[in-house]
Structure formats: structure tokens, C-alpha cells
Design a protein around this ligand. Structure first.
Ligand code: PMP
Length: 418
């Protein structure tokens, strides 16, 4: 295949950007590796932006899916009950919710992360009878108008054409472990003159993915939860990117000891890269009447099958141990890099295997990511100015793959700084 990119340039709308960042055609994937049409091997530190936490083409999930398809099971059943759905609901309850003492209703809002955010915003407004939402600077929640309106990125909001209403964006706690940010919000709510009405909900990511791998402190999360309780505000945690083990535990907020009112899940929930989303809702907030939030492709049966198989990873502690081990190695490696290469003006960020390096030099992190691609490593950049290169290896990665990927990053930095 020669001149592949010309084919793309001619036929594909310019709105998609990944083709430009990773200029080749991929033909095969396995675990943490990808191969392109010329047989070149890549280590994947992108993992579908967090949609492939268990790596590509997991054998067990693949086999379950093949068996399911071969036995002519139900592919599409809209809202009819299927055994795949029943098995997923029971397994999720037994494996994830019950051991954590979490009492939530599960609903399937549509196929994507954006759909779960939309359902959460609607539900919070319905349950409280209020309209406003507080969101946070640099948060990202999706591309439809509701989800975009709570996204704290003006460039992305511009895509909506007009200013979006009923949303107040407050400063996000970037590592700052003091009371100031909470006081600030409290004062807005107390002071009628501020014009800020008591909102229906607050929506946040525990670690902001698209916004630049900004990890909120556990203390801040606890204070936000307390503030929400004080004012009767619904706390929505968007787990679309940080959830399903990415930061070290199944739910990223677990170590903070908080219990959000609504939890948004998607990306790696299916385990296999299939379109799938779920909204977890405290029973008292579950106030949708039949027909108030439906959709043709919600609750995909193939995704139920692979998502159930993926939960096997959470039946013992092996995966969590691997995340901890690989996260420690990754953070230590990157801390050494930013010390050894001061030209990066680098700062290591993140939690677990949701990691980034912010480079305070314009364009540098994009150059490093592009060079890494040449050397066979796939990684993305994030942050308001793409200043962070982002490391999202599969949570199942072994030492060999991790070291190979990290060494490519160091070599790319050396090449770029030369
Ligand atoms: N919330 C967060 C935190 C996300 O990272 C994303 C996607 N990057 C979304 C919501 C939207 O998900 P989707 O692209 O599946 O609609």
C-alpha cells in the first residue's frame, strides 16, 4: 500500500485528527502491541485514550465473544432483556458493587462516554428541580451540547458555535491541598449577589485526562463531597477515562473514600474496545420515567459479553498489583528524566497508570510524541496547549513492554533536544 495517506486526505473529512498524529494504517493488534501495514511494530501507550485498559484482543474476551456469536445469540435486543445483559448486571453487582458496599442502580444511557454524561446531567436536573451545573476548569466531558457545556476548554466549546448556558466553571484543584478552592465555591453559593444559583450538580474527573493529567487530591475530593452534601448538590464523578483501573483501583475515587451520587462509566468498561457506557445512580436519584432516556444502541449485547469477561480481572488482586508495580516504575523513570533533561522544563503528573509529563516549552511535547511514533511508540498529547505527553500503557503490560516504551521516550527526548 503506497501513498495511503493521500487516500485518507481525499476521502476523510478533516475533522478527525488522529490520522495526522499517527500517520500510518494499522492492520493488527495484540496486548500492548500494534502493527501497521508495512509490518512495523509499535508499543501502544495510547490504549484508545483509555478504552483498552486490558490491552488489545484479550484472548478470554475474544473467545467468549466468538462463542456467543457462533451460538446465534442476540446481537441487538433494544430494551428487551437478554441473558447477556442479566449476566453482566449480576456479575457487576457481585464483583464490583457488593464488595465495596455500594448501592447503585445501573442504567445504560447509550453507547458512548458522552451519553453517560448527558444522562447524569439530565437526571441531576430532574431529581433536584434545578438547572445549573458547576464544572471545573480543564475538565472534559464530551462533545454533545450538554456534555460540552460542562467541558472547561474554550477551544472545544467554540465548536458549539454559541455560548452555552447554565454552567459555572470553578477552579479545579491541581494538587493544592488547602481549603481555599472550597471556600471560594462556598462563598459563591452563599452570596446571592454572586448570581450563582444553587446548582443541580457538580461534575468532575478525579484525574483530568484531556485537560492535562491533573490529579485532584483525595482531600479536595472529600471536601467537595462534603460541600455537595451541605448544599444538597448532586455529585457526579466522570469515570469515563480515569475509571476501570486506570489510576490503580476499579473506581478512581475509591482511595478518597467518597461515594458520588452518580458515576459515569464508558471507555474500558466493555474491556474489548466496544461502544458501551453505564451510569451508576444512587437509588433515590433514579427518577427517569419509561421513555425519558432511551436510545436504540444502548446496552450492546456483545459488549455485555466482553464486559462480563473483563470483570474476571477484578476477582483477585493480580491486576491491581501489576498496575501498582508498573506505575511505580513509570513514575520513577519519568522523575529521573525530568531531572536529567532540565531543558524539558518537565513535571511528572498523574496517578497509577494515568501518567503525563508536562513540558513548559511550546510545542515540545508534540515533537517528543511525533519522534516516539517514528521510533515505534504510540502516545498522545493532552492539556489546553498540548503541553503534556501522555502515557497510558495497557494495565496488563509486562516489564519488557514497559521498559521498551519508556526507553523509546528517553531516546525521543534525546533526539528532539539534540
Ligand atoms: N468524559 C471523559 C472524562 C472523557 O475523557 C471522554 C472522552 N475522552 C468523554 C467523557 C466522552 O466520551 P466519548 O468520547 O466516548 O463520548
Amino acid at each position: 500500500m503506497k501513498n495511503d495517506m493521500k487516500v485518507f486526505d481525499n476521502l476523510e473529512s478533516e475533522v478527525r485528527s488522529y490520522v495526522r498524529s499517527f500517520p500510518t494504517i494499522f492492520t493488527k493488534t495484540k496486548g500492548y502491541k500494534m502493527w501497521d501495514h508495512e509490518g512495523k511494530e509499535y508499543i501502544d501507550f495510547f490504549s484508545g485514550a483509555g478504552a483498552l485498559n486490558y490491552g488489545h484482543n484479550d484472548e478470554k474476551m475474544k473467545q467468549k465473544l466468538i462463542d456467543y456469536i457462533m451460538s446465534d445469540h442476540i446481537t441487538h435486543s433494544l430494551d428487551m432483556a437478554s441473558d447477556a445483559k442479566a449476566t453482566f448486571l449480576n456479575t457487576f453487582h457481585e464483583t464490583i458493587l457488593k464488595p465495596r458496599n455500594m448501592d447503585y442502580k445501573m442504567m445504560f444511557p447509550g453507547p458512548t462516554g458522552t451519553n453517560t454524561v448527558e444522562s447524569a446531567l439530565k437526571l441531576a436536573r430532574k431529581a433536584t428541580g434545578r438547572t445549573d451545573i458547576i464544572s471545573f476548569t480543564n475538565g472534559f466531558h464530551g462533545m454533545t451540547i450538554g456534555a460540552l457545556s460542562v467541558t472547561g476548554n474554550s477551544m472545544k466549546r467554540k465548536g458549539a458555535g454559541i455560548p452555552l448556558q447554565n454552567v459555572v466553571t470553578m477552579p479545579y484543584d491541581n494538587y493544592v491541598d488547602d481549603q481555599d478552592a472550597i471556600d471560594y465555591i462556598d462563598r459563591f453559593l452563599e452570596d446571592n449577589g454572586s448570581g450563582v444559583a444553587i446548582p443541580a450538580a457538580m461534575i468532575l474527573e478525579t484525574v483530568q485526562g484531556e485537560g492535562g493529567i491533573n490529579a485532584a487530591s483525595f482531600e479536595w475530593m472529600r471536601k467537595i463531597e462534603a460541600l455537595c452534601k451541605r448544599w444538597g448538590i448532586i455529585l457526579i464523578v466522570d469515570e469515563v477515562q480515569a475509571g476501570v483501573g486506570r489510576t490503580g483501583s476499579f473506581f478512581s475515587f475509591e482511595p478518597a473514600g467518597i461515594k458520588p451520587d452518580i458515576i459515569c462509566m464508558s471507555k474500558s468498561l466493555s474491556g474489548y474496545g466496544l461502544p458501551f457506557a453505564m451510569t451508576l445512580v444512587r437509588p433515590e436519584i433514579d427518577q427517569f420515567q419509561p421513555g425519558e432516556h432511551n436510545g436504540t444502541f444502548r446496552g450492546n449485547n456483545h459488549a455485555f459479553v466482553t464486559a462480563t469477561a473483563a470483570l474476571d480481572y477484578w476477582k483477585d488482586s493480580k491486576l491491581e498489583e501489576n498496575i501498582k508495580d508498573k506505575a511505580e516504575k513509570t513514575h520513577a523513570f519519568l522523575e529521573r528524566l525530568v531531572k536529567e533533561y532540565p531543558e524539558l522544563k518537565g513535571e511528572v503528573r498523574g496517578r497509577g497508570l494515568m501518567v503525563g509529563v508536562a513540558c513548559d516549552v511550546e510545542g515540545l511535547s508534540n515533537e517528543i510524541a511525533a519522534k516516539a511514533f517514528e521510533h515505534g511508540l504510540i502516545m498522545e498529547t493532552a492539556g489546553p496547549n498540548d503541553e503534556v505527553f501522555k502515557l497510558f500503557p495497557a494495565l496488563t503490560i509486562d516489564d519488557e513492554g514497559l521498559e521498551k516504551g519508556l526507553n523509546i521516550i528517553e531516546k525521543s527526548i534525546q533526539d528532539v533536544l539534540e
